[in-house]
Design a binder for this molecule. Structure first.
Ligand code: PGA
Length: 241
């Protein structure tokens, strides 16, 4: 199972100390088959990379520019630069960026550039509360998948993170029955080579006992709770207990 920590726009150099507990845990038997990936803000990627040098914790970024080439794009960072400083993953299509105008087309370009730079992609999809209430969940997800992965053949390097927008940072998670159905729906949209499917949205040490029972899930994308090492470790431990 994958446990991906999305730190969003939190953390500074003082946060590095909080990683000690997780590093220790990652070397213990309790980690079991868990794989940890941290996605800190850009400013901390290099420091996290150095910190994780002697353990198996991996690093990702939270976004990238759509071009994998260098160019006159003030304030942006491309996938090649991320790979160069030690990132192996990148989150693309997070709803917090879609909200700011990131379109499916732009997301598709970003995914292509990330794959070209040999990054693995954590591709986020999810419906808003309004879309859910209008019974549009499946059609929204299908559109996001089709457009986001348009003309992409190397799908095995794309993880799909199902994150209902209404459940991010709200403490609300979908009913287990609904979640299981949605995960199955997403998986069935792919042929023989199924991508890894993650769930994200208010995952915490309390609800993990329920969430871990969802069939066919390959891991979790964890925001708020991942910034607290104790909670993050608790989530992983409970997944295997
Ligand atoms: P959350 O965030 O766990 O704080 O809900 C998840 C995410 O945005 O990836």
């Amino acid at each position: 199972m994958y446990f991906i920590a999305n730190w969003k726009m939190y953390g500074n150099t003082n946060s590095l100390n909080t990683l000690n507990k997780v590093i220790k845990f990652s070397k213990s038997k309790e980690i079991n088959k868990g794989r940890i990936i941290y996605c800190p803000p850009f400013t901390l990627i290099s420091s996290f990379f150095r910190k994780f040098q002697n353990c198996l914790i991996d690093i990702g970024a939270q976004n990238c520019h759509e071009s994998d080439d260098y160019g006159p794009h003030t304030g942006f960072i491309n996938s090649r630069m991320l790979k160069n400083i030690g990132a192996n993953y990148v989150i693309i299509g997070h709803s917090e960026n879609r909200e700011k105008g990131e379109t499916n087309k732009l997301i598709n370009q970003k995914i292509k550039s990330a794959l070209k730079a040999n990054l693995k992609v954590i591709f986020c999809i999810g419906e808003t509360l309004k879309e859910k209430k209008n019974g549009k969940t499946k059609s929204v997800l299908l559109r996001q998948i089709k457009k986001g992965l348009n003309k992409i053949s190397k799908k095995k390097n794309c993880f799909i993170a199902y994150e209902p927008v209404w459940s991010i940072g709200t403490g609300k998670v979908p009913k287990l029955k609904d979640l299981e159905e949605t995960i199955k729906f997403i998986k069935n949209k792919f042929g023989k080579k199924k991508p890894k499917i993650l769930y994200g949205g208010s995952v915490n040490p309390k609800n993990i006992n329920d969430l871990k029972t969802i069939k066919d899930l390959d891991g979790f994308l964890i925001g708020g709770a991942s910034q607290n090492s104790k909670k993050f470790i608790d989530i992983i431990k409970k997944t295997y207990n």
